[in-house]
Design a protein around this ligand. Structure first.
Ligand SMILES: *[C@@H]1O[C@H](CO)[C@@H](O)[C@H](O)[C@H]1NC(C)=O
Ligand SMILES: [Ca+2]
Length: 333
């Protein structure tokens, strides 16, 4: 009696993982098309201090092994900007980066990955322009804000802007983010990666910072509009506080699934959904904010409880049935 029950139980557990786990993993699709003109890989350059497909700005420095946007020194800014506008409606970009420095408790300020119209414009938002037009993803290492909407740092958040919204450093951009997550990517002794996928109006940001070669969802939001024709860029800044902000590689892929009836070039950047500024502390385990990992755990728990409940009912039912049979036997024979 016990053995088949266990097999059924493990079968269910197995099913949960086999069917839901692939959503967590960022799969390599052979149909995805690598875009060399939007990528950056070692060896960076044949000679001299320039990158073929990228412009450099500010204190950016190239070595054999990384592109350093800022050194671990105060008041530095640097950026790299792709020279070629993106023509793919659906794309995915993988960035290997390394944020590290001497600071044990005080370090900053962070870096930003951009897909924006506003290329090569130095400014106050992690080394680039405020009131930009497009997508900004902020890797904020310093918490400027200690108020009630504070969230643990380092913190990754995404903003969709049409040129009208200000990035408010005093609140770490909380009021204008579409979503965000805590991500301790700094001073790791293994590689740290981020993947940004924009596919069919859905923006997903995944990190791989634990050295397990596994993607973990940070942000997954639908209802995002981004046009073609913008530029990829990465910028970083230090202020009173400092860190090395190093970019090791950028790999960009065109994804399939463009809708021929949509004029992608003329879209205005917009998001259907804005993160409510209040739920950062109240809802750390919320299905959405915590990403798939949390909702997977919840789902697993739910299914486990259902299965358990089912077997309890079954056993009780069988016992009652047996008792009744016995009673009937005694009665009629
Ligand atoms: C820009 O975005 C803001 C905030 O989402 C919105 O209220 C406004 O209508 C947008 N403006 C344009 C020109 O799209
Ligand atoms: Ca900050």
């Amino acid at each position: 009696m016990a053995a088949p029950r266990m097999i059924l139980l493990f079968g269910t557990i197995h099913m949960v993982f086999v069917h839901f786990y692939p959503f967590v993993v960022c799969q390599d699709n052979p149909a995805d098309y690598f875009k060399r003109e939007h990528s950056l890989m070692r060896p960076y350059t044949g000679s001299g201090a320039s990158l073929p497909m990228w412009d450099m700005q500010g204190h950016t420095m190239i070595t054999n092994n990384y592109v350093r946007l800022t050194p671990d020194r105060q008041s530095r800014q640097g950026a790299i900007w792709n020279k070629v506008p993106n023509r793919s409606p659906n794309w995915e970009i993988h960035i290997e980066f390394n944020v590290h420095g001497q600071g044990k408790t005080l370090f900053g300020d962070g870096f930003a990955v951009w897909y924006t119209k506003d290329r090569m414009q130095m400014g106050p938002v992690f080394g680039s322009k405020d009131y930009h037009t497009g997508l900004g993803i902020y890797f904020d290492t310093y918490s400027n804000h200690n108020g009630p909407h504070n969230h643990p740092h380092p913190y990754i958040s995404a903003q969709i802007n049409n040129g009208t919204m200000h990035y408010d450093h005093d609140r770490d951009g909380t009021h204008t983010e579409i979503a965000g997550c805590h991500s301790p990517f700094r001073n790791r002794d293994h590689e740290t990666h981020v993947a940004i996928r924009y596919l069919g109006g859905r923006l997903a940001i995944m990190t791989d910072i634990d050295g397990k070669a596994e993607w973990k969802t940070c942000i997954d939001v639908d209802g995002i509009k981004l046009p073609t024709g913008y530029y990829f860029g990465i910028s970083a800044t230090t202020g009173q506080l400092a860190d090395n902000h190093d970019i090791i590689s950028v790999k960009t892929y065109e994804l399939e699934g463009a809708d021929k009836s949509v004029d992608y070039a003329s879209l205005n950047p917009s998001a259907d959904f804005f993160s409510p500024p209040r739920d950062h502390i109240d809802d750390p385990g919320g299905a959405f904010r915590g990403g798939w990992t949390m909702s997977l755990k919840n789902m697993f728990l739910l299914i486990f409880c259902c299965v358990l409940g089912f077997f309890v009912c079954l056993i009780v039912g069988v016992l009652i049935f047996q008792k009744r049979q016995e009673y009937n036997r005694k009665r009629f024979y």
